[in-house]
Design a protein. Structure first.
Length: 136
């Protein structure tokens, strides 16, 4: 969709029409941001792109089980335990759409959250317990 803004102030230098583009923002499309403590939210397309840009040099990602959902985190936050690797924090979840990364929509947010939660383990140390995502 395009919008035309017209300004006429009897100023021959600045008067005229300007075409501006208006982007479409869908509330039901984006990426799932989910944390190991159970909190979650949906990030829109612009925010997701910003997160991916910031993860560019430190990001780590993997498929969640046999699903098409991809979990991406800050790779510097991976914990190496004697039994394997895990992380505590938040992740961005998108899907493989056959060509590359794709956004989630509709029921996919709940499906991806269920996949994420199914891979949570409990880490115990110094009398404290933390939920952590077990990496492959």
């Amino acid at each position: 969709m395009q919008t035309i803004n017209v300004a006429i102030e009897l100023d021959p230098v600045n008067d005229g029409a300007v075409i501006t583009s208006v982007g479409l923002k869908r509330k039901d499309e984006g990426a799932l941001i989910i944390a190991t403590n159970g909190k979650k939210r949906i990030a829109d397309v612009a925010e997701t792109q910003d997160i991916l840009d910031r993860l560019n040099n430190v990001g780590y990602g993997e498929y969640m089980g046999k699903s098409d959902y991809l979990m991406m985190i800050n790779g510097d936050k991976i914990l190496n335990l004697g039994t394997g690797k895990c992380f505590i924090g938040s992740a961005v979840i998108m899907k493989y759409d056959g060509k590359g990364l794709g956004f989630l929509s509709g029921d996919e947010f709940d499906e991806a959250a269920k996949e994420f939660k199914s891979r949570l383990i409990t880490i115990v140390g110094d009398g404290q317990e933390f939920s952590a995502y077990e990496l492959l």
